[in-house]
Design a binder for this molecule. Structure first.
Ligand code: MRU
Length: 346
């Protein structure tokens, strides 16, 4: 990213407001935890890893002006802040992973003065961001090995630099393959209802000089049937211990189509997206979003007033439709339950 998706500047969080892209490039400042909560909720900052980084910085903002006189009071203020941020969005586990890491950092540094502890927490949030950048680069290297010169790749939603602190997960695979000199093309699903594919993925790929073609979500089957796609690569919001993967609504449909057409289906995600506490994807909480995002998305009413709407924001792709999961530690093949253990514990 020429401009960082998220950064900590002079005691504030600066974000690219992704709701305005691609028409307007605008950075916004969050000066308090409520502003970070709102930015996550409204998808100004979005994508599982970026949500985690934003939550870590939001935690710092929440405790920065604490006047607590002792550790116990400080800890309860910290917990209140992280519990609050945890209510912003339910599906991406990176949010909870980052909040948990912030709390554990405070606990293991409880001998520090409150003022030092604040600094320790800021250092931890910055580390979460830097590690995310490194993980993305590594995912790119591992994933590019799965891409052949001349391949056309289909992706869904946006798992790019905008969805992380830099470079992305699914798009990292494409950026790295492109940087290695492989001639690749990408088909980007527009990703109804909030159009992350149309607005963000095409924007990122075009900026990187990668040949990208936009299609409506409903065109993926036809495009595969015409033999245009050699690989599917998507990101993830939460991966259960058996490999079942939650990602943007519509991903499951793409995975079924890929299986039907014999196209390998890859998930690219950092290990911070693994949730080994969940045995299967049935346990992943799926966010439901407001009806207006479907009936009057982007300002134009496209359905009758009063129509009933159901809007799950994510779906779960069963592990048996996934060819491999690309993490920063390497490419994980099925059986995922066994092979995740090796990377998590190894
Ligand atoms: O609702 P969003 O835009 O936050 O959904 C994002 C996705 O589904 C991404 O594919 C996922 O978070 C992976 S981002 C590297």
């Amino acid at each position: 990213m020429a401009t960082p998706t998220i950064e900590w500047i002079d005691g504030r969080v600066r974000l690219i407001d992704q709701t305005l892209l691609p028409n307007q490039f605008k950075q916004i400042y969050c000066e308090d935890v409520e502003a970070v909560w709102e930015a996550i909720k409204m998808l100004r900052v979005r994508g599982a890893p970026a949500i985690g980084v934003a939550a870590a910085f939001g935690t710092v903002l929440g405790i920065w002006n604490s006047t607590a006189g002792n550790y116990d009071t400080f800890y309860s203020e910290l917990k209140k802040t992280t519990d609050y941020l945890a209510t912003s969005r339910p599906t991406a586990v990176n949010l909870f992973w980052a909040l948990d890491r912030m709390v554990k950092t405070a606990v293991s540094n409880n001998e520090h003065t409150i003022s030092d502890l604040k600094q320790v927490l800021l250092t931890e949030a910055l580390a979460i961001m830097t590690e995310d950048q490194e993980m993305c680069r590594s995912i790119g290297k591992h994933g590019a090995g799965l891409v052949n010169d001349g391949d056309t790749i289909l992706t869904h939603c946006n798992a790019g630099g905008l969805a992380t602190s830099d470079y992305g997960t699914a798009l990292a695979v494409m950026f790295t393959a492109h940087e290695q000199g492989k001639q690749i093309q990408v088909y980007a699903d527009e990703t109804r209802p909030l159009l992350q594919g149309a607005r963000l993925t095409t924007w990122e790929l075009m900026n990187a000089g990668i040949d990208v073609t936009l299609i409506c979500d409903s065109m993926a089957g036809q495009v595969m049937k015409e033999g245009r796609i050699q690989r599917v690569v998507v990101g993830a919001d939460r991966i259960a211990a058996n490999g079942d993967t939650a990602n943007k609504i519509g991903t499951y449909m793409v995975a079924v189509l890929a299986r039907q057409h014999g196209v390998p289906f890859y998930v690219a995600a950092p290990t911070s997206t693994l949730d080994m506490s969940l045995a299967t994807g049935d346990e992943i909480p799926i966010e439901e979003r407001g009806a207006e995002e479907i009936t009057e998305g982007f300002g134009k009413r496209t359905a009758p007033e009063g129509v009933k709407v159901y809007s799950p924001a994510f779906d779960v792709t069963p592990a048996d439709l996934i060819t491999a999961i690309v993490t920063e530690k390497g490419v994980v093949l099925p059986p995922f339950r066994v092979n995740f253990r090796a990377i998590v514990e190894g």
